[in-house]
Design a binder for this molecule. Structure first.
Ligand SMILES: C[S@@+](CC[C@H](N)C(=O)[O-])C[C@H]1O[C@@H](n2cnc3c(N)ncnc32)[C@H](O)[C@@H]1O
Length: 341
């Protein structure tokens, strides 16, 4: 919910002059976006900025209610009003228009179900110190939800991958990449685009590979990175948004197996959000703390500091972990290390 308090609002909040409405109504903000995207509001406004009445007529909606919806979306920063007409902002053009490569529309169901089915189990997760549901088991039994999750992660990856791939130094003569839990394959595809002699294998659970990106030098391999053989002889192993979904024991075991799958001197790339190096600001820090709870509730994982990931990497047989923060891929920070000879 891109709301920014001015000084007066922040003071009112701090002094508890207002009830905690922003937290309650954050949920309504999500529903507002979901309703607008599903009814085609953003797609229609991409065609041309419109008044509430014009949009209501085009989409067969109630005119007065449409005005209310448009005003709320403008308040949230997803529309801009000019001379009575509403148009898209950069954010809605990027994320909520159906045809955009980074469109999150196909992933809306994932957030709806997460927010209203999975997050309510947070209380149990905090009591038990473990997730109440196995998120990936849930996806396995629900193909629609799984597709929606993959669509969401693929859209984000399409936006993040170019900058992330630019920041990855490959070992000289590198030929083979393993993308662990690579799902949609977008991070691998971007590396393949940049390096014409590379071949990539994306390893993931069968349901995740259904919609994997196609590329002549990309192979999809169904399997569990926790239980199945990872293979060997790789020059580079990618772990994008994987380690934060694992507890310390599973994370350490996976990194040791990745070290065994890599050639000596090969490169491991862990890409995710690190707790100790966010954008400055209380909102970003708070978002990370909420992400922590999200990983706890969904997978039993957590957000780790770069320092902690670095420690896990050294213990698993890697040296010289370096921290990269590609400027155009803010939530994807990289820990890059080399396998010991
Ligand atoms: C958060 S997504 C990240 C996908 C992709 N790497 C990215 O960053 O966009 C986690 C991925 O790990 C996969 N995954 C989870 N548990 C797995 C397991 N035991 N074996 C293989 N893949 C698994 C999921 O199916 C999913 O595609």
């Amino acid at each position: 919910m891109p709301l920014f308090f001015n000084a007066l609002e922040a003071a009112a909040h701090r002094l508890s002059l207002v009830p905690p409405m922003f937290d309650y109504f954050g949920a309504l903000g999500l529903h507002t976006l979901l309703a607008a995207a599903r009814m085609g509001v953003f797609d229609a406004l991409r065609e041309r900025p419109s008044t509430g009445g014009e949009l209501a007529a085009a989409l067969q909606l109630d005119p007065r209610s449409t005005d209310m919806l448009l005003r709320a979306l403008a308040g949230l920063g997803y529309l801009r009003a000019r001379r009575g007409r509403y148009g898209l902002t950069r954010a809605s053009r990027l994320w909520f228009v159906t045809g955009s490569p980074t469109s999150l529309v196909a992933g809306l169901e994932f957030w709806e179900r997460t927010a209203f089915v999975i997050w309510p189990r947070l209380e149990k997760a905090v009591r038990d110190g473990a997730p109440a549901t196995s998120f990936y088991a849930l996806l396995e039994g629900d193909p629609d939800l799984s597709r929606s999750f993959q669509a969401w992660t693929a859209a984000l990856a399409r936006q993040q991958a170019p900058a992330a791939a630019r920041a990855i130094p490959l070992p000289r003569g590198a030929r083979r990449v393993l993308d662990v839990g690579g799902g949609h394959g977008e991070f691998s595809v971007e590396l393949l685009r940049r390096h014409p002699r590379l071949h990539a294998t994306v390893m993931d659970l069968p349901q995740a590979l259904e919609a994997a990106a196609g590329h002549p030098r990309l192979t999809a391999r169904a399997g569990s990175f926790l239980d199945d053989d990872l293979g060997e002889g790789y020059d580079v192993v990618l772990l994008f948004n994987i380690v934060h979904g694992l507890d310390d024991q599973d994370a350490a075991a996976l990194l040791r197996r990745v070290a065994a799958a890599l050639n000596p001197g090969g490169t491991i790339v862990v890409g995710e959000q690190f707790g100790d190096s966010v954008m400055p600001g209380r909102s970003s820090r708070t978002l990370l703390r909420l992400l922590d709870l999200n990983y706890l509730a969904t997978a039993g994982g957590r957000v780790r500091d770069f320092r902690e990931v670095s420690h896990l990497l050294r213990a698993a047989g890697f040296r010289r972990p370096r921290h990269r923060r590609p400027l155009r891929a803010v939530p994807t920070e990289l820990a890059i290390a080399l396998r010991n000879p």
